[in-house]
Ligand binder design. Structure first.
Ligand SMILES: [Zn+2]
Length: 193
């Protein structure tokens, strides 16, 4: 799925974790981080541009390096180094990565039915447990859009009710402005009702 959808999903999961703000942010980033194995796209593009050929790193590593059990343990372990409640944050991180994998399993197909993207659960070490689903829908299909809209609705609900928002993952100032705007608008709507 889209990295933004992954980030919203893991941020939403972190919201129900009961962790403090710092650890929730770590869980949110951990849940989105498996897509960093798409780094090859940048290197492939750069080497092609510079005339050094195409090393095809994207195809080799994306959905292989961090989209499995190895990534589900490695990425939360890195997050753990920055967390306050380390073990609990680690477990939520493992859950967040698995939600990421489940989302990719159901909804990251390419344009044709031949483009089903499998999840090599024991990658990059083994292809023994490679998961795929014949019903996988395309990346831009309506269930992904519906999921993203549902997550955005949750974002607005959390901003209005408890003043949390995923904008805080990027900027405290922008987050405060966002929450103030949502809460102001919410009070207006309630005042009219
Ligand atoms: Zn992914």
């Amino acid at each position: 799925m889209n990295p933004i959808t992954h980030l919203l999903a893991s941020w939403s999961l972190a919201e129900v974790s009961g962790l403090d703000q710092r650890d929730r942010a770590i869980v949110a980033w951990v849940g989105a981080a498996p897509d960093l194995d798409g780094f090859g796209a940048i290197i492939d593009g750069a080497t092609r541009l510079l005339g050094y050929g195409d090393p095809a790193l994207y195809g080799r590593f994306h959905h292989v390096l961090l989209h499995g059990l190895f990534g589900a343990l490695l990425v939360p372990t890195i997050g753990l180094a920055f967390a306050r409640r380390r073990f609990v944050a680690f477990l939520w991180g493992v859950a967040a990565v698995h939600i990421h994998l489940a989302c990719d399993l159901v909804g990251s197909r390419g344009p044709t039915t031949d483009d089903i993207w499998p999840i090599p659960y024991l990658g990059p070490f083994s292809e023994a447990v490679t998961l795929s689903w014949s019903g996988q829908w395309p990346l831009n299909a309506w269930p992904n859009i519906a999921l993203t809209l549902g997550l955005l609705a949750f974002v607005f609900a959390r901003a209005a009710s408890v003043g949390h928002s995923p904008v805080s993952l990027f900027s405290t100032g922008a987050h405060e402005a966002f929450v103030a705007a949502v809460q102001g608008r919410w009070r207006q709507i309630q005042g009219r009702a």
